[in-house]
Design a protein. Sequence first.
Length: 376
Amino acid sequence: MDLYEHQARELFAAHGIVVPRAEITDSPERARVIARRLGGRAVVKAQVKTGGRGKAGGVALAADPAGAEAEARRILGMDIKGHTVGTVMLAQPVDIESEFYVSYVLDRATGGFLAVASAEGGTEIEEVAALRPDAVARVPVDPAEGMTTASAARLAQAAGLPPTTVDVLVRLWEVLVREDALLVEVNPLVRTARGDIVALDGKVTLDDNALFRQTRWGGERPAPEDPLEAAAARKGLHYVKLDGEVGVIGNGAGLVMSTLDVVAGRGARPADFLDIGGGASAQVMADGLAVVLADPAVTCVLVNVFGGITACDAVADGIVRALDAVRPTKPLVVRLDGNNAARGRAVLDARAHPLVHQATTMDGAAAQAARLATAA
Ligand code: GDP
Ligand code: MN
């Protein structure tokens, strides 16, 4: 789960990192009141879960409370890269002397943590890295050791950050670890005219699998943002949207993952992962098929079930129920094997739906599905 800037700074402050005084609101009139409380001048900042707000006009310096109200009115409702601004944050302006970049991220490629830091903060780090790769330090972090004062000092040195940033570098690591984050990023981390080190912007991505123990966020996994994933979650289905065209349904995560591989091996791309689970009922099968068929990218569906606790005739009943309820226009390849396979196949034979093709082996089913998907 990505956090808003104002939530990220809440975490920073809780771990002793200095952030400017700020408040959020969804009303221009309240923005004026807040600006007055902050001393008159205020930075008005769109709260959206995307970067580059400054460039898009979503960050503005207001000289007085009336200006803050006007900027809030302009920014609220704005569209930034497809995100509509519903909230603005008003922050006490900081006199910036230098802008730095620092982030810690879980690096899946190496299976470790990576610290990225640069003395050229403020703009997007990808641009700095592309133009002047030497200006960006990338240092692996030993997860057992973490970011100690010594390793933070080495990081600061490598990136050309002043020694006064070391304390913040250590505290930011504490944020990553204690708050179960996969990413923490501060851009810019600034040195003020007075020499203080202040986090002026923050991005934090939390590990959804740890949210149960992070009571600050309600202890719940957020609803998926993909509409198909959200629909599947409401029906209690284990569904992940993928990029291809063959809708894949199976029972058991291992079998479904193998089915994805076999589909890919036949030159097609899976459109999803959907595990109807062990002991799935006809209703679960019908719900699953409805979700997969609702995906406009799907041109063919492959149902691969090996009946163990799940009886194949229950799966076949679910398919028949879904055929009547959803009225598909795309072909289905069904491979039933294991518990009650003969009865399941007989149910489908009896229904004799023109779009349903039965296959006896997993590989044969994948080959047929790949053929039908690309023919569509
Ligand atoms: P982003 O564009 O979404 O990354 O938003 P930021 O919060 O990073 O703000 C963009 C830029 O606005 C920063 O890099 C700063 O240059 C500037 N900015 C933000 N807050 C202040 C502030 O308090 N004082 C000054 N002088 N500039 C600020
Ligand atoms: Mn920024």
